[in-house]
Design a binder for this molecule. Structure first.
Ligand code: NAD
Length: 499
């Protein structure tokens, strides 16, 4: 599937089991955000390629070995894929770093953990079942079965390309669907490498297809009348467009969108622990995580002490080559995102926020080629400022003081988003109260940014629709069918002799 030399690699996409170029031959580049090197190129799929991929997925769904596969056979393929991901985790991790500038030490662990998703959903393939219902209608045996939806379009962003793909792919395949993947234009190659493992695991041709391209390719896929479900992770703006497209033909849709998550520090918290949690919560992946704790609400009694400790640590974060295991923060993923993050720093300054540290590109000339932004902390922020309301998706955190628990809840919930929240306190009763009062899909207490295949993840409000991971995820990839069997009239209704 690759041709060419080590300097620049050429990739093809996967349609109906065939590694293919775009029908019109167009291609685009993958650019390493650390050194600007155009290290790979991939096909730019047009409508014709999208149509071919959806047809291949439909054919594999309707007939052939996948349509006839038992749950155990689907599970076996998922387990084999998990094994292969473990074997090739280092290669998969390295390519993601080349594509998006995320730290190798972060991506390596995240990639190895993906095998767990395959094994978990293999188990779900074998245990998903319907119910026999306690029928109140005489002589009727009523039961439900869960059936696959058909063709699933999986559209992913660039910040965690493989993790966010596996969150969709595993439940989709466990349920017996077929899939067309459209990875982000920033990170197509890692998904194509995964495609190679999917093939090697033995999934029949057409069960998983990959079309590479930009937003227009994604739009062609979501518009396609033969796509039954769209599973999307990305920005709220694109999510809204996709929801509207899906609504026209009532396609199923699940959306994992943006966030502006509050991380709330009470005065009784273990402060060094909270500082660690806030740092990792917002500066990991250079702030490019949907769940970034980018609004830090700090009780007014400890605000200054907390700010001093946070700034001290932020200043000492080691920025550099994301492939160096010693580096603590890499680049942002692409040029447009770099501009956007720097713009938000200017917006915050104009709004009157106080810059405590960071605020631009690092001064080190050795880093001048890379899309770096310093870890940036603002105080003097109120919750009505744009820097407190809009998702930046970069290494910027704002500090907002609060008076008491009610005030913290009011500020935390005063946002269009509802993806996640953090609470730092040693008061167990307060922790439970806060979990109930915060309008967010995940609440972490004395930790932040933990996710796992066992735990449903998704958003309230503008942060999305549906849940990925956990037992619930399978519901978003299946339809419930109800069956009524008339057992004959030999069993009389004792309460209605004339029936
Ligand atoms: P994006 O919305 O720009 O793009 C996401 C994907 O959608 C890409 O593959 C893109 O090509 C495609 N796309 C763009 N326009 C489209 C259209 N009109 N129709 C169909 N597809 C289209 O997002 P991004 O910049 O790649 O990623 C960052 C965003 O993703 C952030 O807002 C972040 O919060 C969000 N995100 C959410 C989660 C979550 O789980 N909630 C996780 C990671 C990232």
């Amino acid at each position: 599937m690759t041709t060419g030399n080590a300097k620049r690699e050429h990739y093809q996409m996967l349609i109906g089991g065939v590694w293919s170029d775009a029908a019109d031959g167009r291609r685009f580049d993958s650019i390493n955000p650390f050194d600007g090197h155009h290290w790979a190129d991939v096909p730019l799929a047009g409508d014709e390629d999208v149509d071919a991929a959806v047809h291949a997925a439909r054919a594999a769904f309707e007939e052939g070995p996948w349509a006839a596969a038992s749950p155990s056979q689907r599970a076996a393929l998922l387990r084999r894929l998990g094994d292969l991901i473990t074997e090739r985790a280092d290669d998969l991790a390295r390519v993601q770093v080349l594509e998006n500038g995320k730290l190798i030490r972060e991506v390596a662990g995240q990639t190895r953990a993906l095998a767990g998703h395959c094994y978990f959903f293999a188990g779900i393939a074998e245990t998903t079942h319907g119910h026999t219902l306690a029928s109140s209608v005489p002589n009727m045996h009523v039961f439900t079965v869960r059936e696959p939806l058909g063709v699933v379009a999986a559209i992913t962003p660039w910040n965690s390309p493989l993790a966010l793909l596996l969150w969709k792919l595993c439940p989709a395949l466990a349920a017996g669907n077929t899939v067309v993947i459209k990875p982000s234009e920033v990170t197509p190659v890692s998904t194509l490498l995964l495609g190679r493992l999917i093939e090697e695991a033995g999934f029949p041709a057409g069960v998983v297809n990959i079309v590479t391209g930009e937003g227009a390719t994604g739009a062609a896929l979501t518009r396609h009348p033969d796509v039954d479900k769209i599973a999307f992770t990305g920005s709220t703006a694109v999510g809204r467009t996709i929801a509207a497209t899906a609504a026209e033909r009532l396609a199923r849709v699940s959306l994992e969108l943006g966030g502006k998550s509050p991380n709330i520090i009470f005065p009784d918290a273990d402060l060094p622990n909270a500082v660690n949690g806030v740092l990792a919560g917002v500066f990991a992946a250079t702030g490019q995580t949907c769940m970034a704790g980018s609004r830090v609400l700090v009780h007014q009694d400890i605000h200054d002490e907390f700010a001093t400790a946070l700034v001290e640590r932020a200043k000492n974060i080691k920025i550099g080559d994301p492939l160096d295991p010693e580096t603590e923060m890499g680049t942002v993923a692409c040029l447009s995102q770099h501009r956007k993050v720097l713009d938000y720093i200017e917006i915050a300054k104009k709004e009157g926020a106080t810059l405590l540290t960071g605020g631009g590109r690092p001064a080190d000339p050795a880093l001048s080629e890379g899309l770096f932004v310093e870890p940036t902390v603002f105080s003097g922020v109120t919750n009505d400022m744009r820097i407190a309301r809009e998702e930046v998706f970069g290494p910027i955190v704002v500090l907002i003081p609060f008076r008491d628990e009610d005030h913290a809840v009011t500020i935390a919930n005063d946002t269009p988003f509802g993806l996640a929240a953090g609470v730092w306190t040693i008061d167990v009763a307060r922790a439970h109260r806060m979990i109930r009062r915060l309008r967010a899909g995940t609440v972490w207490v004395n930790n932040y940014r933990k996710t796992n295949y066992i735990a449903p993840f998704g958003g309230f409000k503008d942060s999305g629709l549906g849940r990925e991971n956990g037992l619930e995820a399978i519901n978003d990839y299946t339809e419930v069918k109800t069956a009524w069997i008339d057992m004959g009239n030999q069993i009389k209704d004792p309460f209605n002799p004339r029936a």
